[in-house]
Design a binder for this molecule. Structure first.
Ligand code: MG
Ligand code: ZN
Length: 236
């Protein structure tokens, strides 16, 4: 297969995943199917308790934790909130979030680069669901495989930041298909980075016209309320 890169003079050879993964296709299908079954279970469990769950996706350094923290500080007077923090290792993010005084569970995935529904099931066992309205689930910082592992949440927030360059959306199309809201973060430094946030918004709109795009800065508070509103977390 040959693809033509926009900025390249010559056609580039491309190896596609369809060519080389015969050995583990069956195993992978089974894992994804089992994950979907557990995600449905988590979803029903949350619904039965009247708890909403937002899963938050984005690369390391995009600002997921800061955005969650900013939203919690706005929402916690009206809603009972908990956070599940996914990370390969460390409790850095949980430590930041717990300063808001909400229950936080850290899930360390070890070698895995994504959360899965089984890990979330175990995390839910450690959270007082009867006394909650809302859970934020921060996924491992990676915009690729988390898209394939639904967790049982009822809405998704994707966070990208202008510091990650101009191609974050077009290079990770799968991640945006199920997003309810996309936050384009750190817009206070967009000019310095030479990245046009409106172009990123347009890329999102092309992939998923239903997603709401909000320009945010956790540093100066821009857009935080808008994200909360577009996620449908206000006046419930
Ligand atoms: Mg984080
Ligand atoms: Zn992964």
């Amino acid at each position: 297969m040959v693809a033509v890169g926009i900025s390249l003079a010559k056609p580039v050879e491309v190896v596609t995943s369809a060519e080389g993964e015969v050995f583990d296709v069956e195993l992978e299908v089974n894992i994804l199917r089992e994950n979907e079954r557990l995600a449905e279970e988590n979803k029903r469990r949350l619904e039965s308790k009247g708890v909403h769950a937002v899963d938050v996706m984005g690369s390391v350094g995009s600002g997921k934790t800061s955005l969650i923290k900013s939203m919690i500080s706005q929402l916690k007077k009206d809603l009972r909130i908990a956070v599940i923090e996914g990370d390969v290792t460390t409790t850095i993010d949980s430590d930041i979030i717990s300063s808001e005084g909400v229950p936080t569970v850290q899930v360390n995935t070890g070698k895995e680069c994504h959360l899965d529904a089984n890990l979330i099931r175990k995390a839910l066992d450690r959270i007082p669901l009867d006394r909650l309205d809302l859970i934020f689930i921060e996924n491992v910082g990676n915009l690729i495989c988390p898209a394939e592992f639904p967790l049982g949440s009822d809405r998704r927030l994707v966070v990208i930041s202008v510091t990650e360059g101009p191609y974050m959306v077009v290079k990770h199309p799968m991640m945006f298909l199920d997003a309810k809201v996309v936050a384009i973060n750190k817009i206070d430094v967009a000019a310095a980075m030479g990245v046009d946030p409106n172009k990123l918004s347009a890329d999102v709109a092309r992939l998923n016209p239903k997603a709401a795009t909000v320009h945010t800065s956790c540093r100066n508070g821009t857009g935080i309320n808008d994200v909360i509103e577009k996620l449908g977390l206000k006046n419930r």
